[in-house]
Design a binder for this molecule. Sequence first.
Ligand code: ZN
Length: 271
Amino acid sequence: MNDLSKLAIHTITTKQWNLETAIEKYAEKGIHHITIWRQFLENRDLKKIRKTIKDMHIVSLCRGGFFTHPEKDKREDAIHDNEKAIGQAAELHAPLVVLVCGSHPDQSLNKSREQIKEGIERILPLAEDKNVRLGIEPLHPMYADSRSAINTLKQANDICQEIESKYLGIVIDVYHLWWDPQLEDEIRRCGDMENIFAFHISDWITPTTDLLNDRGLLGEGCIPIRQIKTWVEEAGFSGTHEVEIFSNRYWKTDQDKFLELIIKSYQEHCL
Ligand code: ZN
């Protein structure tokens, strides 16, 4: 199958390219959806960027979150940064801010989870006011020390159930969740609550040589991507399939060739 109508790419995936180049290159290949990472917006005029984006559809802005810290001042800083992210999303007409919720090694996971809930509750009124949705992205437990204390889809579903807002939902990333024996059931539960806001894809390489930046092209690893996609779509999700690959290996290569490989691997292992 050649259908690229649901393919989205995260700007971080082709990190060598600035935002303008990424938009141009994706469009040339018939890709109409993009997720923008906030570092690509630093010191930039968002109005100009909005013009550059033209008819490219922005799926989401990555990322907000990191609500956790033992010091209150630092937690307040995080709230302000999240408010800024929501403002940026509104200005760019991005409908969703992805939340990497945070964790801190100097406090318990339960403490971090309380702070995450408090943080989300603080920023939700602004998100509602600006009509920007928030998506909790559960992260693989290898990041439970410092990146996220939300490590399973069940935990994310539980928080959404407790807070209950149509502006709060979940980002399902196969890289973080593929190992979970409860995944199928929790995807169904997430769908029943109409909370599947986004779907991220990449693959798990063996051996993984870098905890952050050694993700694979689709089909290069052991994640049953098509199976998980089927569960997500059976649960009612009809949005885009976002390729999000952090890879020291691929970032060093010719990004045009890398983009071609992404498209090929998407057609062969996701569609
Ligand atoms: Zn992701």
